[in-house]
Design a binder for this molecule. Structure first.
Ligand SMILES: O=C(O)CCC(=O)C(=O)O
Length: 481
């Protein structure tokens, strides 16, 4: 039975494949060393040095820690080393007591700490948590499932806190031990809508496949959208060399068609039940509010299945944004929109990662910095901002309106101040631009498009972009450089 398949009892088996075990031990030893050395920076290349290349016998040389682990950073390191000894010896009790102790120490330090917890401590927590998750036993099936749900949540929170450095090792360890994060979904819903009709006027109705529900309202597209002669050029798939010469090097935006035919995501991600099955029990960060720059915006951690059932279903109806004579925005208030935005969901859920292919265009020069998922209902808005890297934004489900402005327009776009956290974002809400305050915006050059399912948009570094979903939408962005 492969690690991906799940069936009743086998999914709770605790035997880790040898390679996973060795990888995990390397991560744990690296973290223990960083705790002992008080080293703060993560260096992925250093991690490799700790993987016991000679296999488990090498672990016999792990220095024997004292059995009394103090409630301090050194105590955490000792616990981690004891856990590795337990792993090498197949001593489940030893693994569990050492890793539970490490978790307790981090929790105590965290509660008593006024300052930020060092990265190595966070990693220690994540790794210990995974070990507890893998090796804990519960007597009956229901208790096992409940335990596993709690563990998955703990691992997700640990991963959201630690960032991506350990994600792969943690996921594959947990995955291999338990045969994947598969639960029988309790939620059954119609599939997500696939891309609907082209934009007709400015009114975006419920996508065809969606059940009719009370509508929420969002503002319409920015003024002057989709004018003839202002479109981002569309081309069919080109070879990597041509992409590099014609677009990446001269930094010329383009919509690419026909580059995603191989992606299983194109069909799978339209299916709610599929998303529930592979990701429903994972905890994800969700943005709530009009945009991440808006007042009252907040961020919540929620289960993917709750996000999908509560927020990915409501159809939206667009309303024109209006401004009174004195320039005040007097459009009717929008119902808060939830957006799973800029999240490394595909690192977190390997099954979703397998549904996409990394475009060869991102591998021609530089390296991939981040692969982010953007899942949400119609009406999500990412306000006008720029990023420092090359970007391919791949549209998997639904459509998005996107407006681009070149770096030369920066002055006209009134970026937030350099010392603010939003210094890469414009102060102008382009849905309802206040031209009295920002008159230069009226002259700023722009181009736009409606990106459809199966298309990718190349956004060169430092190009400003505004993104608004028109349907239930799933996209993936590849940042590289
Ligand atoms: O899809 C979105 O809402 C925003 C995407 C974006 O800003 C990006 O890929 O950099």
């Amino acid at each position: 039975m492969s690690a991906m398949e799940c069936s009743s009892d086998d999914e709770f088996s605790c035997s880790l494949p040898f390679q996973t075990l060795v990888l995990l031990c390397g991560r744990i030893l690296f973290t223990a060393t960083r705790l002992e050395d008080n080293t703060k920076d993560i260096d992925e290349h250093e991690i490799d040095r700790f993987i016991p290349r000679g296999g488990l016998p090498c672990l016999a040389y792990v220095p024997n820690p004292s059995f009394e682990c103090e409630n301090d950073v050194a105590g955490c390191a000792s616990c981690l080393r004891k856990a590795v000894q337990g792993l090498a010896a197949g001593n489940v009790e030893g693994i569990l007591s050492a890793s539970s102790k490490a978790k307790r120490i981090v929790e105590t330090l965290f509660l008593n700490s006024q300052s930020d917890i060092p990265q190595a401590m966070r990693d220690c927590y994540a790794l210990s948590d995974v070990l507890v998750g893998i090796y804990s036993e519960e007597p009956d099936h229901a208790a096992k499932i409940a335990l596993r749900r709690r563990q998955i949540r703990a691992v997700d929170l640990a991963q959201i806190a630690t960032g991506p450095a350990y994600r792969q090792a943690l996921d594959s360890a947990f995955h291999d031990a338990h045969g994947g994060f598969c639960f029988t979904p309790s939620f059954s819903a119609q599939g997500l809508a696939t891309a609907g009709q082209d934009l007709a006027g400015v009114e975006i109705g419920a996508p065809q496949a969606m059940p009719s529900q009370s509508s929420t309202s969002v503002k319409c597209l920015p003024p002057d959208s989709m004018r003839e002669g202002f479109s981002i050029p569309r081309i069919n798939k080109v070879d990597v060399h041509e992409f590099f010469q014609e677009h990446m090097q001269p930094q010329v935006p383009v919509v690419l068609r026909g580059c995603m035919q191989e992606w299983p995501a194109l069909t799978r991600w339209c299916d709610n039940e599929y998303l529930q099955r592979v990701a429903g029990d994972r905890t994800v960060p969700v943005e709530l509010g009009d945009t991440y720059l808006a007042q009252g915006h907040s961020r919540r951690l929620m289960l993917m299945k709750d996000f999908i059932s509560q927020y990915m279903r409501a159809p939206v109806r667009l309303q024109r944004a209006t401004r009174s004579e004195d320039g005040t925005d007097v459009s009717p208030p929008s119902t808060p929109v939830a957006y799973l935005a800029q999240h490394t969901l595909l690192d977190q859920v390997p099954a979703l990662r397998r549904d996409i292919c990394i475009p060869t265009y991102c591998q021609v020069s530089g390296e991939i910095r981040s692969i982010n998922a953007w899942f949400g209902p119609g009406g999500t808005v990412t306000p006008l901002h720029f990023d420092p890297t090359h970007n391919l934004l791949a549209q998997v489900v639904g459509r998005k309106y996107i407006r681009l402005l070149p770096p030369s327009a920066t002055e006209a776009l009134a970026p937030h101040s350099q010392d603010s956290r939003s210094s890469n974002a414009s102060q102008i809400d382009i849905r309802c631009p206040d031209l009295a305050h920002y008159p230069a915006y009226a002259q700023a050059p722009y181009m736009d498009c409606i990106l459809k399912s199966g298309e990718m948009l190349y956004i060169p570094p430092r190009w400003w972009h505004y993104v608004q979903s028109l349907d239930i939408s799933c996209s993936v962005s590849f940042w590289w450089g």
